[in-house]
Design a protein around this ligand. Structure first.
Ligand code: GRF
Length: 193
């Protein structure tokens, strides 16, 4: 992998919806010491609320449809190349990247997941935490590999599950910590990059 000490990494954030993590990443990218510059937002949903943040911050959007996954991934890879992107941050992207895509990109891909991985990969994490009566939950930023939510963990943050917690209250509290965790994980990961 290419090293670029001192330089900001051209970053693309992939979203599908609300985009609150995207917002926190944009905010982080604006601080002087941040090692990322967000150049491209990719969304598989033209109605994603996160696209509003892209517009407000004058970041280029690319909206893709998945009628043909292979072609779409080709299109995305081309856009990443054109924009010299050397880091991808998945932030609520609801599509699974193929192993060919991950191999071809040749740079790190990070993801944020609302559970203490390796627990609760996939969807409905908060429901499953409550069902199992877990005492803790949290969020994880990890590297993306070909297996779903299974790449190396970069940073994790734990919170207590209260007796009175519902899926909604848990989701709200976990999301709040996610917004600090993603920038902190980037700091850690890119420290000597
Ligand atoms: C977050 O909970 C993230 O961990 C998960 O999807 C959600 C995205 O939320 N992967 P937002 O679009 O960033 O608000």
């Amino acid at each position: 992998m290419e090293k670029s000490v001192g330089k900001k990494l051209n970053t693309s954030v992939f979203i599908s919806g609300r985009g609150s993590n995207l917002k926190s990443l944009i905010k982080y990218s604006k601080i002087k010491k941040a090692k990322i510059k967000i150049k491209l937002i990719i969304s598989d949903n033209s109605l994603a609320r996160g696209l509003i943040s892209a517009k407000q911050n004058k970041i280029k959007p690319l909206i893709v449809d998945y009628k043909n996954k292979k072609l779409t991934e080709k299109k995305i890879l081309l856009a990443l190349k054109k924009n010299n992107i050397n880091l991808i941050c998945l932030a609520g992207y609801m599509k699974i990247l193929s192993s060919q895509f991950i191999k071809k990109f040749k740079h790190p891909i990070l993801n944020i997941h609302p559970s203490l991985l390796p627990k609760y990969k996939g969807l409905d994490t908060h429901r499953r935490v409550l069902k199992s009566k877990d005492k803790f939950t949290g969020a994880t930023v990890h590297l993306v590999n070909a297996k779903l939510d299974a790449g190396k963990t970069i940073l994790q943050k734990k919170i207590i599950v209260f007796k009175k917690d519902t899926e909604k209250s848990l989701a709200k509290r976990v999301l709040k910590i996610e917004h600090k965790l993603y920038p902190a994980a980037l700091e850690k990961f890119l420290k000597n990059y």
